[in-house]
Ligand binder design. Sequence first.
Ligand SMILES: NC(=O)c1ccc[n+]([C@@H]2O[C@H](COP(=O)([O-])OP(=O)(O)OC[C@H]3O[C@@H](n4cnc5c(N)ncnc54)[C@H](O)[C@@H]3O)[C@@H](O)[C@H]2O)c1
Length: 389
Amino acid sequence: MDKHTSRRTFLQYTAAAGAAFLLSSLESFARARREPGLRVAIIGCGSVSNRYIPHLQASPLIEITSLCDIRYERALAQNEQYQLRANTYPHIDDMLAGAPFDMMVTLTDMQVHGELNKKALLAGKHVWSEKPMANTYSEGKALYELAKSKNLRIWGAPAVVNSPQFAFMSRSIQEGKLGTIASAHAQYGHTGPGWSAFFYEKDGGSMPDLGVYNIATLTGLLGPAKSAMAMASIVTPERTVDDKGVIRVEAEDNAHILLDHGKGVISHVMCGFNYFDPHGHEAAGQSLHSIQIFGTHGNMRLIGYDWEPNGVVLDTSWTEPPVLHQKDAEGYAWEEGATVVGESLMKNAEPRIHVEHALHVLEIIEAARKSSASGKKVKLKSRFPWPMV
Ligand SMILES: NC(=O)c1ccc[n+]([C@@H]2O[C@H](COP(=O)([O-])OP(=O)(O)OC[C@H]3O[C@@H](n4cnc5c(N)ncnc54)[C@H](O)[C@@H]3O)[C@@H](O)[C@H]2O)c1
């Protein structure tokens, strides 16, 4: 449905109808075609909203109707910048009591995602949350249970499983092109965001901000993990950030995580805020093989980062050179999660992104912290539908 042409079609349709026919037609049309599309409210109008807003705006099925930020001037500025004509609010309670909407998109500091997502669900809204969807696995699981009890949906970033490169890798594994899978490695790092302190404060850190992509990719490709071991550290104890000046770093800025996927398959993630990378926070043109999967008959290396991949090299021959596959993103963009799930609500279709996958990733991050603190392996209990492709 195109939100603009559908309104036009609606007018043409009703104008052509007779008076008696009109009333029942109006009702059935309204039932069949909701106007003006899925109404989305965005909470958190900072850096990442500059990626989400244009992507949501481009959807014919979605309308951004509300914006909220405790730094209210940011909600006003984004409304102006993207000419949204949305309702603006300085607090979630005002937004939930204000103009009606269908789905909240949570783009605030990580530490408050859980409490904001809960308020939205209690108010009857669907939720797409930036990562992590809560601070702990049990908090996230409770949100999922709450959503189910109210016939609502909640999903959590990232959207890496949507990329055609992920699909190619998953299919190659499922089709046995690599033989028996043994090991995998993933990495993501840069020198850390400089704009907000929350990345370095308690419940922030490089695992929920960066490692989360790699953990989602490796579990998505290799299946749910049964246990985790990790070492995490703080390399740079003090940072200077735009919003708070000089701060003490409280959350890990360097982490290595080992995952046991069962059947002997072991994977490894390394992530951190102290990794020099001339590409910085951007991934365009990145040539690093950030994901590597090894089996008895082949290996695969993803070029670039899993959230913005540039191709997959597949090596299955003793004699022929490796082959580069799937260079094209085919429209995939890392910021597409809210749009994709929003459109899935409108189409009554099930997206590939699964909340139980996001919860599994969250359990791994929590387990990694426990393992690093205790020096022990931590068992995992969560599962998600797998294989995903
Ligand atoms: N910036 C990126 O490139 C990027 C990319 C992917 C994911 N993310 C994720 O997006 C989230 C936000 O990151 P960011 O870089 O945009 O941060 P940011 O600091 O630029 O923006 C966060 C905004 O949330 C607002 N906020 C905080 N608490 C709030 C509350 N209780 N109610 C309403 N507004 C509140 C802040 O005032 C701020 O404007 C994080 O989870 C981050 O991991 C960021």
